[in-house]
Design a protein around this ligand. Structure first.
Ligand code: AR6
Length: 169
């Protein structure tokens, strides 16, 4: 299992993988954070394609081509806005990982990179989000042959350190 999960600190838009995951909003029309960076790097064609998808529910995931990105596909998922923890946020975030990895599998992706969904503008607590990300990814990889590898891409030192400690333990 260990060799199928890796961790790096960096910008997900530069990842040379079959698919990157985007932390989008339910309109899928773009926004700030990693979503803004992905739309900027993929080019204006991405918003045009996303407009045709009719939005996305929280916890679900939809796929577009990567356009100008090195990645072949972008898997857009919508994390929950953190409202204190008693609004099903943890289960919704787990659904983001399940749906995204399932889409990767359906699209025959061998390599996938995932950012820290929900932990920016949506304010999901970072440690809990990392625990959910790692548990759900391990579970999925244990019962599926694809994707072969998942790379967690952390933009901040804080998230990188949280993931490193959890993956080491
Ligand atoms: N590469 C990797 N990770 C990044 C990058 C990047 N280039 N840029 C930021 N991050 P956020 P959310 C990290 O706010 O909390 C958007 O407006 C960032 O440090 O992007 O799910 C959407 O349209 C943080 O750890 O996503 C939605 O409206 C993580 O990505 C809303 O934000 C997620 O932070 C979604 O909020």
């Amino acid at each position: 299992m260990e060799e199928r999960i890796s961790l790096i600190k960096g910008d997900i838009t530069t990842m040379q993988v079959d698919a990157i995951v985007n932390a989008a909003n339910s309109s899928l029309l773009g926004g700030g954070g990693v979503d803004g960076a992905i739309h900027k790097a993929a080019g204006p064609g991405l918003a045009e394609i996303c407009r045709l998808l009719g939005g996305c529910e929280t916890g679900e995931a939809k796929v577009t081509p990567g356009l100008h990105l090195p990645a072949k596909y972008i898997i857009h998922t919508v994390g929950p806005v953190w409202k204190g923890g008693d609004k099903g946020e943890a289960e919704l975030l787990a659904n983001c990982y399940r749906s995204s990895l399932n889409q990767a599998k359906q699209h025959d992706c061998k390599t996938v990179a995932i950012p820290n969904i929900g932990t920016g503008i949506y304010r999901f607590p970072k440690k809990l989000a990392a625990e959910i990300a790692i548990i759900e990814t391990k579970k999925f990889l244990e019962s599926n042959n694809l994707p072969l590898t998942v790379t967690f891409v952390c933009f901040s030192d804080e998230n990188f350190n949280i993931y490193r400690d959890l993956l080491d333990s």
